[in-house]
Structures are given as C-alpha cells and as structure tokens.
Design a protein around this ligand. Structure first.
Ligand SMILES: Cc1ncc(COP(=O)(O)O)c(C=O)c1O
Length: 407
C-alpha cells in the first residue's frame, strides 16, 4: 500500500497496515519457515548484528511473519492517536509464543528484586499465579486489592512505596469487572508507577488504552486477534521505544519466547477481519445477554452492556461496545450449569475465547482451577459460574440452542 494514502477507517488499517511488498510479489506474505537468514557477504552479517543494516538474522530474534503482525497490531492500537506533540503515536510491539510468554517479558524486563506489582482481583489465573507465586521467589511482591475503588488504589500505593508497576485487566476474566483506566493511570503517573493493561477481552477495536496514557498494552493473541482458535500467541506493545527495543527485546530473546512463522501467518489473516468480527460478536452478545437476563432459569448475568452490571458506566466510558464476553449463573447452581452445558447442540464446550464459534466453559473447575478455593470468592469465581464467548453464528441459532438447553 502507498504509505502516503491516509487510511480513515480501522477496518482498512486492519487489512492493509503492516503489509510490505513481498520480494517475489506474493499478494499475501508467505510463511517464512526459515530458522536463519543468509548474507551476501560476511560483512553484511556483521552489519546486521551491529544494527548498522536492517535485516533478519535468526528467527528467535525476528522473522518477516512476526514483523507483519507486530506492525499491524501497532497500527491498530495507535489508530487515530497522537503523542504529546500532536504527532502520530509511535509504538513498538513484540510478538511472543503465548500470552503468558508476553506477560513474563513484561514482568521480567520491568521488575527487579524489592519491587512490587499492584493489581486487582478477577485476573486471568495464569497471571495471578505468575505474580503471586513465581515472582515472589525472585524478591518481587504482588499487592492485590480492589482497584475499582480509587481510594483502595491510593491506600495501597501509600502503604507500599516499592510499587513499580500497576497491572490492569479490563474487562477482567471471567467476571467482566472493569477498572477505570484513565483514573488509575493518572494516579499511577503522579507516583511514577508504570501502567500495563491486558486488553485481550476488548481488542483495540473496542478499547485503546494508550489513549489514556498507559505504558504497555498486552494481548493474548490466541483470542479475538487471531479470532479463529488456530494458534497460541501473545503480544506486548509499549510506548517507550528505547525500553522496548532494549530491555524488553533482550528479555524476550534470552528467554526464547518468540512466536513461529505459521502461527504469526494465521494471526495476520485473523487480524484482517477484526473490525467485522467484533461488530458481529458484540451485536450477538448483546442479544444473548438480554435473552439470558430475561430467562426464568438464570440467576445472574455479568455483561458490561447491561445497565445492571456494576461496571456498566466505566465500560461505556472507555469501550466502543461492551464486547463478546459474559458470564452467568443458573438458579439451581453448579449442577444446573453442568446440565445446561451438556445439553447444548451447536455451541461448543471448551476453554479459551474469541473464536468464531460460540464457546463456553466452567471457570471454577477449568480456567481458574489453580486459584485456591478460599481466594475464588474474592475473584468472583463462584461454583455455578459459566463463561461464555459469543461467536459469529446467526443470532437465532445461538438463542435456539440456549433455549432448548435451558429447558
Ligand atoms: C485475559 C487473558 N490474559 C492472558 C491470557 C494468557 O494467554 P495465553 O493462553 O495465550 O498464554 C489469557 C488466556 O486465557 C486470558 O484470557
């Protein structure tokens, strides 16, 4: 695409941004399944190592399929945003082998012995384990409080002068609780605390956290960005280019948490239709949420698009639509939930989220199994809770399947 042509729509950017003309003129960037890249002469290799000449060296360090996905994700997270000087916001993304790998790079490259990380209840369980069980072994402490209450955030910061990073997940997995990104980022900046945010549930189409001044945006690309459930991946996007090109890149390379060309190829394909998919995901989700909220067998629905959700106002303030994720409880508790899931004829029983198909899981025994029972309540993970990722089917089929399974 001609770089001088300004793209006015997010959907066009999702299709065209990040793509570079293939040297053999393939329309779609082919899969560069090559561990290493050659030099015309030894001096060229030396120049690439020293950074004097741009070019690939070794696929743990970078690969054309990774770069295309990284450029596209940067274009989407920065779409329409300006920096303090009014110029287009510059960001750098690093694609990883999984979401957990990208979160590990974030933590390891920003925290050292004696530092503290501040976060909140209702977090993806893998991240919760990383910060409360693994990082403490290296002298990094996790402070977990209810960051939906600004006073609690202030108290935690006052009581813990060593807080270096505030990590947010909004909407959070699986309760859909939201925190106020602007309010918390403003507070963190006053205290020189870095802010990272897990934007997996929202995607850059629904929420652009860099608009509110955060330092890092993270995605499990396994989910909506890939969109088809075909590959595990994670991405860390940062606004401090020197840090991203320095410590963060170094950490990723040393840990060896690079993606692979095939998964990155699949991610690039998925990203192209992000806008279209999210519009349909969200409109279907709203219909499903209304259906569940009005059903006699349903005790509770957690969906940010319903005015009854405690974080409806916060979600509305920072998201374009309420998203495709929700969770709900049936009146007769866990057994009713199990019976409902077993009766489904089209919707799929599986973990993960953000696939084209509607999928459901039971967080207490599946995705959040590792969280101790006594902690589960604080995280809002009740025994009867079912998590739902609404897909792209024709809405009537989702409703018909739910209707027959609830009978
Ligand atoms: C919100 C959220 N963050 C992070 C992760 C971890 O990502 P991955 O499974 O790609 O490592 C997940 C996975 O379910 C998630 O749902």
């Amino acid at each position: 695409m001609d770089k001088s042509f300004p793209l006015s729509g997010f959907g066009s950017a999702a299709l065209h941004a990040g793509h570079k003309q293939d040297p053999l003129y393939a329309h779609v960037t082919p899969i560069y399944a090559s561990s290493t890249f050659v030099y015309d002469e030894a001096e060229q290799g030396m120049r690439r190592f020293s950074g004097e000449e741009e070019g690939y060296i070794y696929s743990r360090w970078g690969n054309p399929n990774f770069s295309e996905a990284e450029r596209k994700i940067v274009a989407l997270e920065a779409f329409g945003l300006k920096d303090e000087k009014g110029n287009e916001l510059q960001l750098k993304a690093l694609l990883h082998s999984s979401g957990m790998a990208a979160l590990s790079s974030l933590m390891i490259s920003n925290l050292k012995k004696g530092d503290k990380v501040l976060s909140h209840y209702s977090l993806y369980s893998g991240l919760e384990e990383l910060i409360t069980k693994i990082l403490p072994q290296y002298g990094v402490e996790a402070i977990i409080t209810d960051l939906r209450d600004l006073n609690k955030a202030k108290e935690a910061i006052k009581a813990n002068p060593g807080i270096k990073l505030m990590h947010l997940e909004t909407p959070a997995n699986p309760t859909l609780k939201c925190v106020d990104i602007l309010e918390l980022t403003t507070l963190a900046k006053e205290k020189n605390i870095l802010v990272s945010i897990d934007n997996t549930f929202a995607t850059p189409y629904l929420q652009q956290p860099f608009r509110f001044g955060v330092d890092y945006v993270f995605h499990s690309t396994t989910k909506f960005l890939n969109g088809h459930g075909t590959a595990i991946g994670g991405v860390l996007v940062g606004r401090d280019l020197a840090k991203m090109n320095g410590d963060v890149t170094k950490t990723q390379r040393i840990l060896g948490s690079n993606s692979n060309p095939f998964d990155a190829f699949l991610l690039n394909l998925g990203l192209k239709t992000l806008e279209l998919r999210m519009e349909r995901h969200c409109s279907n989700a709203m219909e499903v949420a209304k259906f569940l909220a009005g059903h006699a067998a349903v005790a509770k629905v957690n969906y940010n698009g319903l005015e009854t959700h405690p974080d409806y106002a916060v979600a509305k303030k920072q998201m374009k639509h309420a998203g495709a994720m929700m969770s709900f409880e049936l009146k007769n508790g866990k057994q009713a939930g199990v019976d409902f899931m077993n009766k489904l004829k089209m919707c799929v029983r599986t973990v993960s989220l953000g696939t084209a198909e509607t999928i459901l899981c039971h967080p207490a025994s599946m995705t959040h199994y590792a969280i101790p029972d006594e902690e589960k309540e604080k995280y809002g993970i009740t025994e009867g809770l079912i998590r739902l990722s609404v897909g792209l089917e024709n809405i009537q089929d989702i409703l018909n399947d739910f209707d027959q399974a609830l009978r």
